[in-house]
Design a protein around this ligand. Sequence first.
Ligand SMILES: [Zn+2]
Length: 112
Amino acid sequence: MLKKTQVIFNRYIRERDEGFTCISCGSHAANQAGHYFPVKGFSALRFHEWNVNLQCAGCNLFLHGNQAMYRIGLVKKIGEKGVAELEDMATTNRIKKWSTEELKEIIKKYEQ
Ligand SMILES: [Zn+2]
């Protein structure tokens, strides 16, 4: 269920960011939904729209998110205030166990 929800959410992100370059390095080969705060360790943010953006495979997989550069790109996209808010959430509310009901809601929201 968690996996299915992530697949649907990530597809939404790729559609939302279609035509954008990699949030971290600006590559035009960006085709993955990459997390700023990784799913592992920050499960509460795994479905947060600010936390997931279009990224290239190089940054997402081989540079483990290329987080320092990700932050710079994210500030350009949502502003310093938004990033600070996200970082605040990451420190106060890091881990979340998603219930089946919540996952169903997310699927419903992002499926179309
Ligand atoms: Zn990249």
